[in-house]
Ligand binder design. Structure first.
Ligand code: IPM
Ligand code: MN
Length: 356
């Protein structure tokens, strides 16, 4: 097995956490007969400030040659919000058609959750967020800007095709979890069908039609997004696999990140599950500029992202071993927050390597 990996360390603490993820990759690869090549790209805020360039067509084409991408973080204090997010992250998600955003929400052993009386047995679900449609399409516009008659619109776009491919991935995921005894075979659709009677209807009908026809073994459930936020806090054990459109998915996965112990441990994948598709894995925690180069940031989210990358790119066992090693390290740490871990960034990386 040989993997061609692209690495975008990005901004702020991105390079520091990526370094630890690559250290863990190196260690696990040695004992798994896993060969790989790494090619680093300097896309991000610093390059933008120097050259005015975010990412161009040729560079995106270049990424298509890789088996997967590891991204550190994007976001620079001197770059106006939106430029790097839209110009790089969202551009890559759209152009590489990474239509699944997979966010495992598992409370690791010994990690503090703000939820009273909840442990790893309660906070143990996966969110599958549609990653290319909805309010993220950028349809809309602004008229008479700056005047009292200003009008702006931003449209929610749902296609049957987009909802269906995401739903099928989610049903397959729930089925795979059931088969491997990692889940109970339940899929919850989260939307707001009582108000969004057009987009919600497309999702709801597709969910039930596909479920009834092709996944009778998977229990279907539905929650409104506002209620889902409440249940995340009150009874997270209620969930097994969740499928959700883009914007609501963005919001509930941040809430989910906090109940799983914070951005220091939360990882995600932007996945194109098609044959030859290029997926990109990332820690959820942003570039945290104030901690840059202090060796205090938590690298576990980036290490977990590397684990996900391997699990989904043909090296499942290596990825599973990373996940298992993380679970041995978290109980030793004082906290998952930057500067409070009881270890430095590099020491946490070393600990994961020792526990592989
Ligand atoms: C995320 C982020 C992005 C999103 C931003 C940075 C554009 O919040 O990955 O959840 O909204 O999807
Ligand atoms: Mn987000």
């Amino acid at each position: 097995m040989s993997l061609k990996l692209a690495v975008i360390p990005g901004d702020g603490t991105g390079p520091e956490v990526v370094r630890e993820a690559l250290k863990v990759l190196k260690t696990v690869a040695a004992s798994e007969k896993l060969k790989y090549t790494l090619t680093e790209f300097d896309y991000g805020g610093d390059r933008y400030l120097k050259s005015g360039k975010v990412i161009d067509e040729a560079e995106i084409q270049g990424l298509r040659k890789f088996d997967a991408v590891l991204l550190g973080a994007l976001g620079h204090p001197d770059v106006k919000p939106g430029i790097l997010e839209k110009g790089i992250l969202l551009r890559l998600r759209f152009d590489l058609d990474q239509y699944i955003n997979l966010r495992p929400v598992h409370l690791y052993p010994g990690v503090d959750t703000p939820l009273k009386d909840k442990g790893p047995e309660h906070i143990n679900f996966d969110v599958i967020r549609e990653n290319t449609e909805d309010l993220y399409c950028g349809h809309g516009g602004i008229m008479r800007k700056g005047s009292p008659q200003e009008i702006s619109t931003q449209e929610m776009i749902t296609t049957r095709f987009g909802a269906e491919r995401c739903l099928r991935y989610a049903f397959d995921y729930a089925r795979m979890k059931k088969k491997t005894k990692k889940g109970k075979g339940k899929l919850t659709l989260v939307h707001k069908t009582n108000v969004l009677t057009f987009c919600g209807d497309t999702w709801f009908r597709a969910f039930n039609e596909i479920g009834e026809q092709d996944y009778p073994d998977i229990e279907r459930d539905y929650n409104h997004v506002d209620a889902c936020c409440m249940w995340f806090v009150k009874s997270p054990e209620f969930y097994d696999t969740i499928v959700v459109p883009n914007m609501f998915g963005d919001i509930i996965t941040d809430l989910a990140a906090i109940i799983q112990g914070g951005l220091g441990v939360a990882a995600g994948g932007n996945i194109n599950p098609e044959k030859g598709g290029v997926s990109m894995y990332e820690p959820m925690g942003g570039s945290a500029p104030k901690y840059t180069n202090l060796n205090v940031i938590n690298p576990l989210a980036a290490i977990a992202a590397m684990g996900m990358l391997l699990q989904n790119t043909g090296a499942k066992k290596a990825g599973d071993r990373i996940d298992a090693a993380i679970k041995k390290v978290t109980p030793k740490m004082k906290s998952q927050s930057a500067g409070k871990m009881g270890y430095s960034t590099t020491q946490v990386g070393d600990l994961v390597c020792e526990n592989l």
